[in-house]
Structures are given as structure tokens and as C-alpha cells.
Design a protein around this ligand. Structure first.
Ligand code: CTP
Ligand code: MG
Length: 192
């Protein structure tokens, strides 16, 4: 089953390089709260700039956790860590290069999410209102844009067309599963 092996390898690599972007949002949901980033301010349309769902604590905890997990991954790669025979890619050639990529992935993930909250408020959607597809992929696009800007060479070497397609297919599925888990353990108010 040649194609099946290839597909599994693609999925393993796609998840691995996206982990620093996957970690921040759920951790922001668990540990977020407190002062909203927009300070409660509204715009001329009478709606909040971002809403109460975007807080400093969520942003900070999310970015720090994304970084820590990424640093752990860097450590594992340098020890030759492999998953079911698939050698996992590094985040860069050097320690500073890898750190830059991991930081861009975790910041980009939460800034992408925040940027879309801005648009959701302009569309008149209340905090927590679902916006299918956008809710599942805003953080992926944010992470990609930040990472491309921070390290274009690493980005184009690692995000081949196949990896990009794989990420776009698996992310909404994983997002849905984690949100359903979040709903049942009580950290998310809605199961999406
Ligand atoms: N969160 C946070 N700070 C952030 C991002 C998320 O505190 N920068 C927390 C909030 O408690 C938020 C929860 O994580 O309610 C879930 O995030 P998300 O689904 O992005 O926010 P929503 O509440 O759905 O708000 P929005 O409609 O703006 O997406
Ligand atoms: Mg939401």
C-alpha cells in the first residue's frame, strides 16, 4: 500500500510542523480571561473592536506554551526522534533560526485568530458566534503568513503543496474534535 504509507507520512509531518501553531489556541481557551485586549472599546459601528474573547492573558499564555512545546520539539529532533519510522523535520538550520520559526508560528496563530475576531465583529457577529471554515483556518493562515515573513526559505522548503493540502484537510477535523472535547470538559461554551 504505497499511497497509504505516503499519506500517513504526510499527515505525521504536517501535524509535527504545525504543532507550535496548534498549541496556542486551546491553551488560550483554557487559561485566557481577564482584561480584554480592546479594553472594552467599541468602533464607530457601535460594536466591540475585538470582543471579550480576546484577552491579554490568553495571548500571552498561548504564545509562551506554543514556544515551550516548539522548544521541546527542537530538542527531540536533535536527538533523532522519529514517529513510526518517519524522521521529523527541524524548524531551522540553527538554534536562532528554529526559535524564529517557532515564535512566528505561535504568534501568527493567535494574531490570525485575533484578526478574524476583528472581522467577525465588523460583520456584526457576537463573541463566540460560529463562522464556519474561517474559525477553523484563521489561525493556520496567520501562522503561515508570519512564518513566511520571518523565514521564507524555511517556509518554502517545508510547506510543499502536499503538506499545505494535508494541513488544510486535517486541521478542521482536529479543530472540531478538540472543541468537542473542550465542550465536554467545560472550557468551551460551544462545541465548535
Ligand atoms: N482566548 C483568550 N485570548 C485570546 C484568544 C482566546 O482569552 N487571544 C480565550 C477566550 O476565553 C475565548 C476562548 O479562548 O472565549 C476561545 O477562543 P475563540 O473561539 O477564538 O473566541 P470566541 O470566544 O469564540 O470569540 P470570537 O467570536 O471572537 O472568535
Ligand atoms: Mg470561537
Amino acid at each position: 500500500m504505497y499511497w497509504a504509507d505516503n499519506m500517513i507520512e504526510l499527515i505525521i509531518i504536517a501535524i509535527w510542523i504545525m504543532i507550535p501553531a496548534y498549541v496556542p489556541n486551546p491553551l488560550a481557551a483554557v487559561f485566557g480571561g481577564g482584561k480584554p485586549i480592546d479594553g472594552g472599546r467599541t468602533m464607530s459601528d457601535g460594536r466591540r473592536i475585538l470582543g471579550d474573547g480576546k484577552t491579554y492573558r490568553g495571548l500571552l499564555v498561548g504564545i509562551i506554551c506554543g514556544l515551550l512545546v516548539g522548544l521541546l520539539q527542537m530538542r527531540l529532533v536533535s536527538n533523532g526522534f522519529a514517529v513510526s519510522g518517519v524522521t521529523l523535520p527541524a524548524f531551522g538550520m540553527s538554534t536562532t533560526g528554529s526559535f524564529t520559526v517557532i515564535l512566528a508560528m505561535s504568534c501568527g496563530s493567535l494574531f490570525g485568530d485575533m484578526f478574524m475576531s476583528f472581522f467577525k465583529r465588523r460583520l456584526g457577529l457576537k463573541r463566540g458566534a460560529p463562522l464556519p471554515v474561517i474559525d477553523q483556518l484563521d489561525f493556520v493562515l496567520g501562522a503561515w503568513i508570519f512564518t513566511y515573513l520571518a523565514s521564507p526559505g524555511w517556509f518554502t522548503d517545508n510547506f510543499s503543496a502536499w503538506i499545505i493540502v494535508t494541513v488544510l484537510v486535517i486541521t478542521p477535523i482536529m479543530h472540531l474534535v478538540t472543541n468537542i472535547i473542550g465542550y465536554f470538559i467545560g472550557v468551551k461554551k460551544e462545541p465548535w
